[in-house]
Design a protein around this ligand. Structure first.
Ligand SMILES: Cc1cc2nc3c(=O)[nH]c(=O)nc-3n(C[C@H](O)[C@H](O)[C@H](O)COP(=O)(O)OP(=O)(O)OC[C@H]3O[C@@H](n4cnc5c(N)ncnc54)[C@H](O)[C@@H]3O)c2cc1C
Length: 455
């Protein structure tokens, strides 16, 4: 969803040939974008259409349906001889695109594909035994080395020759539920906004990233994730901007390593069968998850009675985004304290996150559940009260989303309202808050016992 640092467009520029510019939305694409993400897609496409027309007088073709059929029709109609695209990495997209590539080549159509989404292709980063990395630190050491050795320069797109067409131009990707209407209070999709946000971030909060990134109350991470997800900015552009700014520091290195986690997740997506459904650690196939739709519903509806968890679940529903520390806290609460299968959480995030990304979301949930690559050990159960004390010490984040807890006054009381007998009773009587759905200590022990069964 961008013009800058788009290798496919640069190749078209170099060829000096007139081209059609096409976005195809098929079944696989529709599954890779969650409900909230459809709002972003819609807005981002509007911006992209505008960029094509205003810069190159090109009318973007947007189509819904089978990719192979649509390409076939366009190729015949406009006598196309070359087809170019930027690669995707999930097994179903690879399968689809390989089939399309073979079919096109059989008709003597030339096909070229590029890396537009990552610093490195997954197969470029392997260990000495020629295998993919399953541990992050050595992965990132190698990956950054490989990336730097390419000496990559972001090049400017100046000129595109356009093939005229008469394709229909009406489309709509907005979700059926109108809950998306609030997202534009928080977000501006599109390449221009993404570039401005990255520039601004590098000049400001990047310098405090290392110390402050775990604090949801300080809200000082870059919020570039949905822009990266929809390819409105490339990781190479972000890294180049950072390296050019010459502000190398421990905060910069930490930030770069987070971009590294995104790369690592893509490597896992590429090399696994089905990252969002099958635990990488096979032992977890037999994990005795509870089945309890009521608890799952209470978790989704921000009614667990644990303020940090509930405030975070309100954040995701209201803004389409959740702070990384809180993704870990609510994830741990779901899979450990409630002992519910991590795939349920993965699916809920899929629906509600604007930055929902097949690789990072599945890898994040597998990490939380302890079944992923380089995962948090299962016995590490996040205690949401300690997490509140450390990462939201004045309860500012909690109060932003649960202002009704203001009457409890002290942060320590806001973290655990149920310990304040009188005030808590009044909150419950007024239907303003709820008792905890599990005892944190007992549920932790229950999780550890369950883990013993598969060890
Ligand atoms: C259970 C769980 C689910 C997650 N689901 C997603 C998801 O669907 N999409 C997504 O983009 N990220 C996901 N993450 C990773 C992370 O939470 C988000 O990338 C981050 O919160 C986005 O905010 P930001 O752009 O301000 O991040 P920053 O802290 O500013 O980081 C910069 C960029 O680095 C990347 N990044 C940072 N942390 C991670 C990480 N742990 N894993 C992979 N990439 C990372 C993102 O692209 C991010 O935009 C998930 C993490 C967990 C624990």
């Amino acid at each position: 969803m961008r013009l800058e640092d788009n290798p496919c467009l640069l190749a078209i520029q170099k060829s000096k040939q007139p081209a059609l510019f096409v976005y195809i939305y098929d079944d696989i694409e529709s599954k890779a974008i969650g409900e909230a993400g459809h709002w972003w897609l819609h807005e981002s496409l509007k911006k992209l259409e505008f960029s094509y027309t205003s810069k190159f007088k090109a009318q973007l073709i947007i189509k819904k349906g089978n990719a192979d059929k649509i390409l076939d029709e366009l190729i015949k109609k406009y006598k196309i001889t070359h087809v170019l695209w930027n690669r995707l990495y999930s097994p179903p997209t690879i399968q689809r695109d390989t089939k399309i590539k073979q079919a096109l080549q059989n008709q003597n159509i030339e096909v070229e594909t590029f890396n537009g989404h990552l610093l490195n292709e997954p197969w470029e980063v392997q260990n000495n035994a020629g295998q993919y990395f399953k541990v992050f630190t050595p992965y990132w050491r190698k990956a950054f080395e490989v990336y730097q050795s390419k000496n990559y320069k972001v090049r400017e797109l100046k000129d595109l020759k356009v093939l005229d067409h008469k394709e229909k131009t009406s489309w709509n990707f907005l979700p059926n539920k109108t809950w998306y209407q609030k997202f534009d209070q928080y977000w501006v999709p599109g390449e221009k906004a993404a570039l401005e946000k990255a520039e601004n971030y590098i000049q400001t909060d990047l310098t405090i990233y290392k110390e402050a990134r775990d604090r949801p109350d300080l809200d000082c991470t870059s919020k570039l994730s949905p822009h990266l997800r929809f390819g409105e900015i490339s990781p190479r552009t972000i890294v180049s901007k950072i390296l050019n700014s010459k502000k190398m520091s421990s905060s910069v290195l930490t930030y770069l390593s987070e971009i590294g986690w995104r790369e690592f997740s893509y490597s896992l997506l590429y090399y696994s069968k089905n990252l969002s459904a099958i635990p990488l650690n096979e032992k977890f196939q037999k994990f005795p998850w509870r089945k309890n739709s009521q608890d799952f519903q209470l978790w989704k509806n921000a009614r667990t009675g644990i303020p940090l968890v509930d405030a975070a679940m309100k954040q995701i529903y209201q803004t389409g985004w959740m702070h990384n520390r809180l993704r870990m806290v609510v994830g741990s609460f779901l899979v450990k304290n409630l002992l519910l299968n991590w795939t349920l959480g993965e699916q809920y995030f899929q629906e509600t996150l604007l930055d929902y990304d097949e690789a990072s979301n599945a890898a994040g949930w597998q990490w939380i559940a302890g079944c992923g690559a380089d995962a948090s050990p299962y016995f590490r159960v996040f205690n949401p009260i300690l997490q509140s004390e450390r990462f939201d010490p004045q309860a500012q984040f909690i109060l932003k989303y649960l202002p009704q807890l203001q009457s409890l006054q002290k942060p320590s009381s806001i973290f655990q309202p149920y310990l304040q007998e009188q005030e808590f009773k009044s909150l419950i009587d007024q239907n303003l808050y709820y008792p905890p759905i599990v005892d944190l200590k007992d549920s932790r022990n229950r999780a550890l016992e369950a883990y013993q069964q598969i060890k």
